[in-house]
Design a protein around this ligand. Sequence first.
Ligand code: DC
Length: 224
Amino acid sequence: MKKIGSQVTIAIDGPAGSGKSTVARRIAERLGLLYLDSGAMYRAVTLLAIADGLAADSPKLIEQVKTCHIEFEDNGKTILLDAEDVSVQIRTPAVNRLVADVAKVPEIRHEIVKHQQRIGAEGSIIAEGRDLTTIVFPNADYKFYLDASVTERAKRRLADLQAQNVETTLASVAAEITARDEKDTTREHSPLRAADDAMIVDTTDKTIDEVVDFIIARVCESQS
Ligand code: DC
């Protein structure tokens, strides 16, 4: 495999359950890139809202976002909110329910996007989320949009939840994913959409490894 150049940005967007986090994490390991899980940052802000019982668009939350410290350790595996490890807390059902409302507040997005761009300026990176190819890194070297059917995405999410001993059903996970898709794609600011220059990858019938290999092949072939 060809060695990746000194400053490369790979941006991946897609809906919940499209596989982008797992895929991006593995590509980061294989190519030695920094990994940025942008959704984790919106999830950390959501924890701030829950802790203080604040509405997603409350001025107090917006102030807190400007002064809080969100950092990643262990190449994205651990997220620290004001020096506290919140990697597990950000994945709870309470956060799942509120995060899309927090992520639609323009002032919050503005702060988080600035932070993500600072992280991106530090070196070669693979970043994933909903607006990485369109807003955060519009000049990314490589852009991909991962998608999959709602049923397939719900099956994947259900397997994750069952592994964590969370009791739920496929129908309820599918309903949650559909509701989140609706919020993410119809919000006024930075809605989820495929950038015009992004390569669309349907992962419905593909394994994680197949998607990883496909993206790495695209990146490497354009470098040769
Ligand atoms: O990828 P995720 O499920 O951890 O994302 C959590 C929420 O954050 C999701 O509802 C969409 C939102 N999000 C966003 O608006 N922009 C991003 N770049 C990443 C996530």
